[in-house]
Write a protein that binds this ligand. Structure first.
Ligand code: CAP
Ligand code: MG
Length: 412
């Protein structure tokens, strides 16, 4: 029997094995601590140690995490794969982003990045479609898929909502999307909205000859989400949308299982992510949240607008690259850019993030001086201009809707 203390969780000579989960933390030690002291406490508390020295067998110490790289304000910790229950994301996060977030040994700590070992990564289902939605569910080959969220976010009646959807679809948008706080309120009931919107979707498909779809926000208590998912499938929808952070990963995992039974793709909205990732020195990075979402099996996730638009962003490009990178042969995730977008900033946006994305605009379509249908046309024209390699201002010379949008919002 040996006693394990905080210092036993640091070994700068250790080299991670290919079954270890390696986590990188940004860290500022707490009062009276140096980086080594704090690193030992983080590795200990997030694996199998505690404040008191414990007498344990070697079998137990083999499950200990090791802080193997202790730098200036950053540490890397290796967690043995056996610490984790495969396919259980809450359990994984309770280790690597659990008690340590509130330890006095750290002034602040941020889980910045993870390297997922194959066994753990593939214990999760991963996405079903990822970027293949563009060709398997939509007709968006070779260009960004487009989406719009009716504004005002909440308050439209069911009829108004379905009409906005129709106007946007026939204007050239691929996807109607519910807003994150629109679910089943008295002014716009879920069941009726879904039915009416898909009727309008069918009309728009007949008129345009293009496949159109609807990112239906099923966010709710898990059982309710499953009922809503069934209705979307019955009505011929291709997607469900989930506010993944507010719902929690356990319910996302359940939705993923049921989505597969019905061949539905999952659009992940990330409302509340900034509560974890906005502070650069504390919390959990968006990069890690995106990794977690991919493992749990979402097909799309919002990753920001590369600094354009109305919201603060963390490294959109780096996160998107990770979502598309090869992860043991699993399916990729299609990133969604959203938040203050309008036709005038489509060009710099696509320059920054490429065209294998969804671009989503609410105010930038419905706020068009001539209304939603014209707004949708303007948005689509901006994309078509980009695809043709023509500057938006030049394309606007013979595209009146785009001209009106550029006039209203400019190009930055
Ligand atoms: C955008 C949006 C999206 C945010 C989400 C909104 O509307 O509908 O929810 O973009 O943020 O409610 O703000 P606008 P993110 O197009 O009118 O701005 O994509 O960063 O998660
Ligand atoms: Mg929204």
């Amino acid at each position: 029997m040996t006693g394990i203390e905080y210092a036993d969780f640091v070994d700068t000579g250790y080299r991670p094995t290919d079954t270890d989960l390696v986590c990188e933390f940004v860290l500022e030690p707490g009062e009276g601590m140096d980086m080594m002291d704090a690193a030992g406490r983080v590795a200990s508390e997030s694996s199998n140690g505690t404040w008191a020295a414990l007498n344990v067998s070697d079998r137990v110490t083999e499950l200990s995490a090791t802080a193997f790289d202790v730098g200036d304000g950053r540490i890397a910790v290796a967690y043995p794969g056996a610490l984790f229950e495969g396919g259980n994301m809450p359990q994984v996060l309770s280790c690597i982003a659990g008690n340590i977030m509130g330890m006095k040994a750290v002034e602040s700590i941020r889980l910045a990045d993870c390297e997922w070992p194959e066994e753990l990564a593939t214990s999760f289902p991963g996405p079903q479609f990822g970027s293949r939605v563009k060709t398997e569910i939509l007709d968006a080959e070779g260009r960004p898929a487009t989406a719009t969220v009716p504004k005002p976010k909440v308050g439209l009646s069911t009829e108004e909502h379905a009409q906005v959807g129709y106007d946007a679809w026939v204007g050239g948008v691929d996807l109607l999307k519910d807003d994150e706080n629109l679910t089943d309120q008295s002014f716009n009931r879920f069941d009726e909205r879904v039915k009416r919107s898909f009727e309008m979707r069918d009309r728009a498909e007949d008129e345009t000859g293009d496949r159109k779809d609807y990112l239906v926000n099923i966010t709710a208590e898990t059982e309710t989400m499953l009922d809503r998912l069934e209705l979307v499938a019955e009505q011929g929808g291709g997607f469900v949308m989930v506010d993944v952070v507010t719902c929690g990963w356990s319910s996302v995992q359940t939705v993923r299982e049921h989505a597969e039974k019905h061949g539905l793709a999952i659009h992940a909205h990330r409302a509340m992510h900034a509560a974890f990732d906005r502070l650069e020195h504390h919390g959990v990075s968006m990069r890690v949240l995106a990794q977690v979402a991919r493992l749990c099996g979402v097909d799309h996730i919002h990753t920001g607008t590369a600094g354009l638009g109305k919201l603060e962003n963390e490294d959109t490009v780096g996160i998107n690259d990770w979502l598309k990178s090869d992860l043991y042969g699993t399916t990729d995730v299609l990133p969604c850019a959203s938040g203050g977008l309008h036709p005038g900033i489509v060009e710099p946006l696509l320059d920054a993030i490429g065209t294998d994305v969804i671009v989503q605009a609410g105010g930038g379509i419905h706020g068009h001086p001539d209304g939603t249908a014209a707004g949708a046309r303007a948005f689509r024209q901006a994309i078509d201009a980009y695809q043709a390699g023509v500057p938006a201002a030049e394309y606007a010379e013979d595209h009146a809707e785009l001209a009106a949008a550029l006039d209203k919002w400019g190009t930055d």
